[in-house]
Design a binder for this molecule. Structure first.
Ligand code: FMN
Length: 205
């Protein structure tokens, strides 16, 4: 059984994106283990001169490193990802690079009709940066619009069509994770490039 990290892309306490990941954790529990990880509470990224990253960032990095893949659920604020998620990704690409070649599935929930389409495109662009270097599942989006009507009182998605679509996407993700394990030929080169970037960019605060 694969183990995935589900990153809650917000620090909002009552979050529909957290609710979506919690639903997935329960719904797929016979197929995969999904551990939810919060990115709230990290200090603002500032390229610390001592090069030491916060313990919490290191802890999240280790969890990602040890996982088979990552699912990120992002809200959309002003057509982008929330600052708290961007901040976490900055810490997770400074001296540590747990996303390198890690399979990632992007999902998102929003109150309006577009369901975070722009935030997901934004996140995809960020995860493609060399310092992150994730293997983002191609041609896939899960846009949960009008999310305030999407869950029943037990926190389950209340529309079978939306569940079927998520099931199909998750099945594809499990295949993508398998295929990604074969895509290792560039890993060493990418690590060397990142190590060069780390040396030039470290500790300039
Ligand atoms: C400052 C702010 C900006 C927002 N901008 C957008 C936006 O650009 N697109 C969108 O679909 N929803 C936007 N929303 C509404 C979010 O879709 C809604 O707050 C979302 O569900 C948050 O996710 P959460 O339930 O996980 O907190 C915005 C909300 C706030 C507070």
């Amino acid at each position: 059984m694969n183990k995935y990290i589900g990153i809650v892309g917000t620090n909002t306490q009552r979050s529909t994106n957290r609710q979506l990941l919690q639903f997935m954790e329960r719904h797929y529990q016979d197929q995969a283990e999904i551990e939810l990880v919060e990115v709230a509470g990290l200090p603002m990224f500032n390229k610390p001169a001592d090069r030491v990253i916060p313990d919490r960032a290191a802890e999240i990095g280790k969890k990602i490193d040890e996982s088979d893949g990552v699912i990120i659920s992002t809200p959309e604020y002003d057509h982008a990802v929330p600052a708290v998620l961007m901040n976490a990704l900055e810490w997770l690409s400074y001296g540590i690079h747990p996303f390198l070649d890690k399979p990632v599935m992007i999902i998102g929930a929003s109150f309006g009709s577009l369901g975070t389409s722009r935030a997901q495109a934004h996140l995809r662009q960020m995860l493609d940066a060399p310092e992150l270097g994730a293997r983002i599942m191609p041609s896939s989006e899960y846009l949960l619009g009008h999310v305030l009507e999407a869950f029943d009182k037990d926190g389950n998605l209340n529309d079978q069509g939306r569940i079927d679509r998520l099931d199909a996407l998750f099945a594809d993700f499990e295949e993508f994770v398998k295929i990604s394990k074969e895509l290792w030929h560039t890993t060493e080169y990418d690590k060397q490039e990142i190590s060069k970037l780390d040396k030039t960019d470290f500790g300039s605060n």
